[in-house]
Design a protein around this ligand. Structure first.
Ligand code: GLC
Length: 423
């Protein structure tokens, strides 16, 4: 790729962020996702930090403006009414828990890591901004440790959307056990924006909505919801990401001379928990249905987040080497060897630039520079050749889902572009 070409893509990526700006916060993509999403905004902040630090802080500030009084940061903030999205605020019925209308569940805790990235780019004003947002990050992590920590010190999800990997096969058996008999009649909106072959199925949707209905009926009271949970899956995405986020929080606490003992304890607990996610047969990290103890048996892109969480692992390195060699556009969200692999269906096969960037960051930090470079180069080609799609087919690169996607543009700017590091 010539320098002119990548500078042109940099410019386009900045425009995606600017166009998806709705006044201090971004939407993931127009139409399909018209509100503010949790981890999408954290990625957006990372992207903005490559050209507008103030705007980057603002993205994180607007996200944390929606923090619930119990510390939870919702996965969607319904800042403006948009009847074109389903399920909207009335279906969630989560009013009164926080200052902004929202959903009732959270999403992977990448925010502290991107706050650190932004702060490290500009510590002069950054220290003031960091002092303000730090207590909010701390409260959110405390909420995770109180309400989403399994007995084995892994982080579980209470709804598939909480992991940000909506229809991953990691939840299949837990989802099958749900009988969504009284979910009622509803009209999906996602399939009017994107072909239904790329989206979760009706069976999935019935269960997603049934779980939302349960939360609504229990008024999103974590104490009540924790009794007889119908869905509880320990998840590598949530666990690795929270561990990494706690490490970054710890680093920032020490830099600001804040008390860090509690955060250190969290890091120890989560590090201890990780090993229990290891599949006893394949040796890779996978999800576990907490209600039955069953391992999912799936190698997903989340299986490779150990380096991002600061952990070496020989077995995973071996599987990664094979994946990088065999697949044109790694990392598939589900191994291509799985019988459930479906290259265009969301989290059941496609490759996602965001996951690649997290795995790539971790690899580079832990000294696996060659592997990190392969992953970065393949993600770079995907975006350069196919645009800022939501995700891509891992074998032929076909773009899928929504387009002009905020986090794909952000990942381009902050990680995949050849300009990264040259600014
Ligand atoms: C989908 C993704 C989720 C993301 C959201 C907005 O639900 O699975 O991870 O946050 O879209 O982009």
């Amino acid at each position: 790729m010539t320098k002119n070409k990548w500078l042109e893509i940099d410019e386009k990526a900045r425009n995606v962020l600017l166009k998806n700006d709705r006044g201090g916060y971004t939407v993931p993509t127009p139409n399909l996702y018209p509100y503010q999403w949790n981890w999408d905004s954290a990625f957006a902040g990372w992207g903005f930090s490559t050209f507008d630090i103030e705007r980057a802080w603002q993205e994180l500030d607007t996200l944390f403006a929606g923090q619930w009084y119990n510390g939870m940061v919702p996965h969607i903030l319904f800042r403006r009414n948009d009847p074109d999205y389903f399920p909207g605020p009335e279906v969630w019925g989560a009013k009164g828990h926080g200052p902004i209308s929202s959903s009732g569940i959270s999403q992977p805790a990448v925010a502290a890591t991107f706050v650190r990235e932004i702060w490290e780019k500009d510590k002069s004003t950054g220290n003031v901004r960091l002092r303000k947002i730090f207590p909010k990050l701390l409260e959110w992590h405390r909420w995770f440790m109180k309400w989403r920590l399994s007995e084995k010190n892994t982080v579980f999800i209470s709804h598939p959307w909480e992991a940000g990997r909506d229809n991953s096969p990691d939840w299949d058996d837990a989802m099958e056990a749900i009988n969504p008999f009284d979910v009622g009649v509803y009209t999906r909106r996602d399939t009017s924006h994107v072909d239904s072959s790329m989206r979760p199925t009706k069976e999935d949707y019935d269960r997603y909505l049934w779980l939302v209905k349960r939360g609504r009926e229990l008024e999103w009271d974590e104490q009540l919801m924790s009794k007889n949970r119908p869905f509880e899956v320990a998840d590598p995405t949530m666990t690795f990401i929270l561990l990494r986020a706690c490490r970054d929080l710890l680093f920032m606490a020490e830099a600001l001379n804040f008390d860090s003992a509690e955060i250190s304890e969290w890091c120890t607990k989560l590090s201890d928990g990780i090993e229990t996610l290891r599949n006893p047969n394949g040796g890779f990290f996978n999800a576990i249905n907490c209600l039955t103890g069953a391992h999912s048996g799936n190698i997903t892109s989340a299986s490779f987040l150990n380096w991002y969480a600061g952990m070496h692992d020989e077995k995973t390195l071996e599987i990664l080497a094979k994946t990088l060699e065999e697949i044109n556009y790694p990392i598939p969200s589900l191994s291509i060897d799985s019988e459930k692999f479906d290259g265009m269906r969301y989290w059941r096969g496609p490759t996602w630039a965001i996951l690649n960037s997290l795995v790539g960051l971790g690899l580079a930090e832990m000294g696996y520079l060659a592997e990190a470079e392969i992953l970065r180069n393949s993600t770079q080609s995907l975006i350069a050749e196919h645009g800022f799609a939501e995700y891509f087919h891992p074998i032929n690169g076909t773009p899928g889902g929504g387009d002009s996607f905020t986090w794909t543009a952000a990942v381009w700017l902050a990680w995949a572009s050849p300009s990264n590091g040259e600014h």
